[in-house]
Design a binder for this molecule. Sequence first.
Ligand code: 4AD
Ligand code: MG
Length: 478
Amino acid sequence: MPNHSEIKNLLENREIGKKIVVCGWVKTFRSNRFININDGSCIDDIQCVIDLDSFNKETLSKITTGSSIRVKGQIVESQGRGQNIEIHVDNLEILGLSHPDNYPIQPKKHSFEFLRENAHLRARTKTISSVLRIRSKISYAIHKFFNDNNFYYIHTPIVTVSDAEGAGEMFKVTTLDLKKIPQTENNDIDFSKDFFGKETNLTVSGQLEAEAMALGMGKVYTFGPTFRAENSNTSRHLAEFWMIEPEMAFYELTDNIDLAESFIKYVIEYVKIECENEINFLSERLTKEEQSMPQNQRSELSLKERINFVIKNDFVRINYTDAFNILKNCKPNKKGKFKFPVKEWGIDFQSEHERFLVEKHFKSPVVVFDYPAKIKAFYMRLNEDKKTVRAMDILFPGIGEIVGGSQREERLDILENRIKSMGIDKKELWWYLDLRKFGSVKHSGFGLGLERLILFITGMGNIRDVIPFPRTPKNADF
Ligand code: 4AD
Ligand code: MG
């Protein structure tokens, strides 16, 4: 172990008088005496105070924002306001100088667009490092929740043959020479010559494999990268995102919704406590940002109030048909304010509809269930009415859909009919159908988009700012 202390521990332990070593990157250097450094361990910097006479002025003058240093010194009570301790420096070592003119992360406000172009350095900012610390704690809380509730963490494959969601928005995986693609007699691509001997792609969901594991291990979850090649340039879509997918044997849809609700609340509450400083900072940031926006675009609640609201209140649960009727009869629809008018039962809700339900009508997270079969994936359990399926989406304020899930069709004949009527090739799904032949049971699960949950907890506006290196159409730098 290295012999230096982390700023997080120093600030927590406040061991006045203790001699310590601390390392970090220079945030500011004021009056040739006060160097604020941060080492990433927490949101706060620590101030290092230099006794001018003891140091070489020329050396000191080389230290600028972004330089890395190691100091030895003594912890003293802080003189300045708002700081509880500082370091009285005995010895200072420059680890790496920073070019004063070219260092992009100067101590001033940067736009998020600018920081995205400098994604390799943006973890040096308070906002992005706070978001990423929260991201780390959320991930831990997710594992803790499932582990404490007797779930097993399983790893589903990244390279797959099946298109679980039936949306066809997949990245191909191949080692074929793209300049000399082998062809079959019918002029199709000859995938038998490819690495896996068949057409493969990056997974759009680990669900189908998770189902197989649940039907032997009871309660499982998968948590990993997920890929969608949809050309969506929105602030809510990534081409590579992380999804948490629990799958539970013997669970019906209501059990599934109950689990999803308590899971989300647990994670948010955990992070609220563990990342209090980060959330306070991000909440103030958002309030300031919104002050420069027109009144009608500002949120009624601050970030902290929104977080508390979600933890304390039951999510509204409503079936698709009731939600449809609310939307059909609501003012914005009647006045033609929706870009997609709500007319016919069976439409897929657009984000403007979801946001109306959540932000204007209910002012609460909303679970919509029993969607029309036509707009949902093949694996969802058909209801008695033969028109709807046991699907559920959880919609969040400011985000829209955060969870998509369902009770799965466990009846072989009905599943086979569904696959056939949707024109899906049954061949690749032989093993999935097998699960319905050997001790089939009711089971359910859902998928939560990690980045969308982080958006909610941090109040960030763009999904590209809650993952270290975002992948979106035409963007795979770094
Ligand atoms: O609703 P989706 O497509 O559901 C599934 O993939 C199911 N197989 C899950 C399951 O039942 N096991 O995706 C689930 C969630 C969405 O609600 C959203 O939060 C997130 O994944 N998501 C995305 N997040 C970021 N960028 C994208 N392109 C996303 N697509 C889905
Ligand atoms: Mg969905």
